[in-house]
Write a protein that binds this ligand. Structure first.
Ligand code: PLP
Length: 439
């Protein structure tokens, strides 16, 4: 039995009907590429769910794992170990949250689970706001934060999770005729404030947001929106929580995406890029006032693997590598090229409605008609499997990424060069001609 057969027999694969799967079997991964068992090479254009920000098999990251494994591979969270303390110190310093502390988790969903609990404990309130078209994880609480069809399996779930419309100018209600970015911001902030009033600010513990919405199509907050949310949080005594699981770790050019938008949140959740996924690690950065609350109130959060030494050692090294290899500079430079290439694709392909990009975080919105903006597949409905066909064509050509609704995500490792990016986008260009012909 080969690996594919064995996997299909014994593994349940995420987010799929199991019967029709035909997964790739990978035999080697290095840098921005991986290879299947037949030796075919793929450009990893989504960094494995926007995770492997430093690419595959980075020697310094591999060495950090080996060294920690040889030293102390595990010790309980209540016992002090150098790498756990150092990782927290480095993360707090990068966050810009003066006097903050870190509670480590294993992954993004768990980070959000614990942020929900902390927000409820600190505020004594119980309602939690999050956006439609967001993804925050799929466990019981984080899945209720998630504002797209992947949360349906969690419903009815716990009470108190309220969804609001985040800014999305391209698909705003038809009556909206925005003349400026400021008008977009004002409209969506007004909607949010109304909803806060309707739901009762005295009941609302926190507003969760993906700082830049990731898997639902790289929705970048318009100018002034995040400071506006910050002001509403301050006005109504609500905690502002930025989910940086996907947008964090230099994906947008800054270590954390909120650093592009002139705001300081109260809680920050992170995972993925802090270890590039080589070892699972996530966490919550907790601002000073909330951290101090837990000085004399028991913090009812705990995990056997909280601050796992292997993950923390790796995070310490990854943080250094981001600096040593000038990743922020590379993201700025190659990200600019990415934007130009995407704009030129949009100009020539009738199937592209909009491209959105910040740093090396981007998405292409496919439409049937540029003018009407009708998406290539309706929301949560793709009975003919059009999007899997599109991503299937890309993968076949060696451009590995995934789609969501009518969008294709493009988010390569942050150490990609200009030449590699240009080559990969040439593949995308070729496939988009076939999509144009499908319309
Ligand atoms: N938050 C965001 C923004 C994400 O993109 C994800 C996963 O993609 C999560 C949370 C959940 O993280 P995990 O899958 O590590 O639990």
């Amino acid at each position: 039995m080969d690996a594919r057969e064995m996997s299909l027999k014994y593994n349940l694969h995420s987010w799929s009907a199991q019967g029709k799967l035909n997964p790739i079997v990978v035999s080697k991964a290095e840098g921005i590429y991986f290879w299947d068992q037949d030796g075919k090479k793929y450009y990893d254009m989504s960094s494995q769910s926007v995770n492997s920000n430093l690419g595959h098999a980075h020697p310094k990251l591999v060495k950090a794992i080996q060294e920690q494994a040889a030293k102390i591979p595990f010790i309980n969270p209540g016992i002090v170990i150098d790498v756990r303390a150092e990782a927290a110190k480095k993360i707090v310093e990068l966050s810009g949250l003066e006097g903050a502390k870190v509670f480590f988790t294993n992954a993004g969903a768990e980070a959000n689970e614990n942020a929900i609990k902390m927000a409820k404990a600190y505020t004594g309130k119980w309602k939690i706001f999050s956006m439609y078209r967001s993804y925050h994880g799929s466990s019981a609480g984080a899945g209720m934060l998630t504002g797209e069809p992947r949360h349906f399996a969690n419903e009815p779930g716990a009470p108190g999770f309220v969804k609001f419309e985040g800014p999305y100018a391209y698909r705003a209600p038809k009556a909206c005729k925005f003349e400026s970015e400021e008008a977009v911001t004002a409209y969506y902030l007004e909607l949010l404030e109304n909803q806060i009033k309707y739901e009762g600010p005295q009941q609302i513990a926190a507003i969760f947001m993906e700082t830049v919405v990731g898997s639902n199509g790289i929705l970048i907050p318009p100018k002034g929106y995040l400071p506006g949310v910050r002001a509403l949080c301050d006005k109504y005594d609500i905690l502002m929580v930025c989910d940086e699981v996907m947008a964090g770790w230099y994906r947008t050019g800054k270590c954390f995406a909120y650093q592009n938008f002139d705001v300081i949140p109260d809680l920050v959740t992170f995972a993925k890029g802090c270890t590039c996924g080589y070892i699972p690690l996530g966490g919550v950065i907790v601002c000073k006032r909330v951290a101090e609350y837990f000085n004399d109130h028991k913090m009812l959060c705990g995990l056997t693997y909280s601050g796992h030494p292997m993950g923390c050692a790796l995070a310490c090294t990854a943080i250094d590598v981001y600096q040593d290899e000038q990743i922020p500079e590379n993201v700025a430079e190659v990200g600019e090229l990415l934007g130009q290439l995407l704009e030129s694709l949009k100009a020539k392909h009738p199937c592209i409605g909009e491209v959105r990009y910040i740093g090396l975080f981007s998405s292409i919105e496919l439409v049937k008609d540029k003018k009407t903006r009708e998406p290539i597949v309706s929301f949560n409905s793709d009975p003919e499997g059009i999007m899997p066909k599109v991503t299937g064509m890309l993968v076949k050509e060696g451009f590995y990424t995934y789609g969501h609704e009518n969008m294709i995500l493009v988010a390569p490792p942050l150490n990609i060069g200009k030449r590699e990016l240009t080559e990969a986008i040439e593949i995308l260009d070729k496939v988009l001609y076939s999509v144009d012909n499908m319309l």
